[in-house]
Write a protein that binds this ligand. Structure first.
Ligand code: CUA
Length: 265
């Protein structure tokens, strides 16, 4: 049988096209690491996210030298946390779930893009080499506020990133024969030790304490001053740790009418 030269050419071209098509689809399906959110992934009760250790407090966690995990909750019409803050030169694994309807978690200008389905946890890992600010948008129509659903991902310079949290509790009112007490807690969310100084001012009195807060733990201390030294009246106080500050005012009174609060010895 004789096949015409042109027919051979067309046959060959068709073969090449078919092989190229299959190769393209195969590469798109497995080569790029794209996958569907599927039922084999762990499931989660979308109505009970507040009982889940990861999602009851949406946050970023430090899990290894340059490794972080971000637990993100999508809901109509926002993302939590917002902004999501991570340092440059890091590898971040995002775990995202929804508490209501289907959303997406799409970081503009990156290849981070996933559907977020209530009951399932989508996860993906990305590396951030440089500082930058990215918008997070929702690509799945999720309701009347869909077009307003957005969040922020901030990649901050490494030396500006920390996971310190300062919390101070102080009395509003203290009797003159008692002590003014500030309960200070410094939480260090990083795995490395945090060396810092707690500085405090109560009225004219100043305090300073160098502390080392171990990785992934909280340091607590109490600062006291005799109310009599401050004298009757209002006294401002402030506590600073690195760039964090908390402040308030305590009133020293002659006699405390309701003897409710402080029964320290
Ligand atoms: Cu959420 Cu659209």
């Amino acid at each position: 049988m004789k096949i015409h030269t042109y027919e051979k050419l067309w046959l060959g071209a068709a073969m090449v096209l078919i092989v190229a098509l299959i190769a393209t689809i195969t590469y798109g399906a497995v080569g790029l690491g794209i996958s569907m959110v599927d039922d084999e992934e762990e499931t989660i009760d979308p109505d009970a996210l507040d009982e889940d250790d990861r999602f009851n407090d949406p946050r970023v966690e430090h899990v290894g030298e340059n490794e972080y995990e971000a637990y993100v909750v999508a809901r109509t019409f926002m993302y939590q946390p917002d902004p999501i803050e991570v340092p440059a030169n890091s590898e971040v694994t995002f775990y995202v779930t929804s508490t209501d309807v289907i959303h997406s978690f799409s970081v503009v200008g990156t290849n981070i893009n996933t559907m977020v389905i209530p009951g399932e946890v989508s996860s993906m890992t990305a590396e951030f080499d440089e500082p930058g600010e990215y918008g997070v948008v929702c690509n799945e129509y999720c309701g009347s506020g869909h077009h307003t659903m957005e969040g922020q991902l901030h990649v901050v310079p490494e030396d500006e990133f920390d996971m310190t949290e300062l919390e101070v509790e102080g009395d509003d009112e203290v009797a003159e024969d008692d002590e003014v007490t500030l309960n200070v807690s410094v939480e260090n969310g990083m795995l490395d030790d945090l060396e810092t100084t707690i500085e405090a001012e109560i009225g004219e009195e100043t305090f300073e304490e160098d502390v080392t807060v171990e990785g992934d733990s909280t340091y607590e201390t109490t600062i006291t001053v005799d109310a009599a030294d401050l004298g009757e009246g209002d006294h401002d106080w402030s506590v600073t740790v690195d760039d964090y500050e908390d402040s308030g005012t305590v009133t020293v009174v002659d006699d405390l009418e309701d003897d409710g609060g402080d029964d320290d010895e």
